[in-house]
Ligand binder design. Structure first.
Ligand code: PGA
Length: 265
């Protein structure tokens, strides 16, 4: 697990966006796994700006979102499909048919979950999976106690997650208690995982994820077993790590090595 600690949320978004832009330059028909929530919004804005400046195109890209609320139709303003259209897809040159979000309103959710997995496989697998992290260590809606090799499935939300997300719902509005989420096993198959976290409220989860133990109680800790995960955090989210200075030292060494190798090219 590579941990990159940056001064603030703006730099976290820029660094994360840079990884996506580099990937697009190498492979214009990349497959991206995407996330909702507040954290990735600035990264999406970086990618939108880059697209508007004509530096990058999403015309060949396919996307798969991590999760969706059960029992919300795609056009429902609280659905994650609606969120993705509003915050990202409507502003870039992506083909909307190439964007997938688990269908929260599927007549048979169990079949829909199997189809979602098949669609990811048919697309050739995910090149980069973007993740946020819940205060409870969830990734996607894989809540604590999730099986670490789970696949896309229906998942019950914890009280903590429902409370954390209540801020997006109006008083008295229906708030789903179930979700469809990619499993941890699904996420672990992405070739590269990029996890962003900012703010002090994420510090405990970041520590549990990075320092372990690997445990279903902190689903994100499964990423310790993933061969290519980059965790990008601001100082606040890194504030409970035992030795943040070591991660900064590693990153400085990596940058120096990169500069040396580029000098040789
Ligand atoms: P947030 O959500 O980005 O809104 O903090 C992250 C998550 O719950 O995975």
């Amino acid at each position: 697990m590579k941990v990159v600690i940056l001064d603030d949320a703006a730099n976290v978004a820029k660094y994360g966006a840079g990884i996506f832009l580099d990937q697009l330059a190498k492979k214009p028909d990349s497959v991206f796994g995407l996330a909702t929530g507040s954290t990735p919004l600035s990264l999406y804005r970086e990618l939108i700006d880059s697209n508007h400046r004509g530096e990058v195109s999403f015309a060949g890209v396919k996307t798969f979102n991590l999760d969706e609320y059960m029992d919300l139709a795609p056009e429902h303003p609280q659905s994650y499909r609606h969120f993705m259209n509003r915050e990202f897809f409507d502003h870039i040159d992506i083909n909307p048919d190439n964007t997938r979000v688990p269908p929260g309103d599927a007549a048979n959710p169990l079949v829909a979950c199997r189809e979602y997995e098949a669609a990811i496989r048919d697309a050739g697998g995910i090149d980069i999976q973007l993740l946020g992290i819940g205060r409870n260590g969830h990734i996607g809606f894989n809540e604590p106690t999730s099986c670490l090799s789970s696949r896309t499935r229906v998942k019950t939300l914890t009280r903590e997650t429902i409370e954390d997300n209540a801020r997006f719902f109006r008083e008295g509005e229906f708030q789903p208690q179930l979700s469809i989420t990619m499993g941890i096993g699904t996420i672990m198959e992405a070739r590269l995982v990029v996890l962003l976290a900012t703010g002090r409220s994420k510090a405990k989860a970041i520590r549990a994820m990075v320092e372990g133990p690997v445990s279903a109680w902190c689903p994100a800790s499964a990423l310790q077993m993933h061969p290519a995960t980059v965790v990008i955090v601001d100082e606040d989210a890194a504030s409970e790590l035992t030795d943040p200075a070591f991660f900064k030292h590693i990153e400085a060494q990596n940058q120096a090595l990169l500069a040396r190798l580029q000098g040789q090219a």
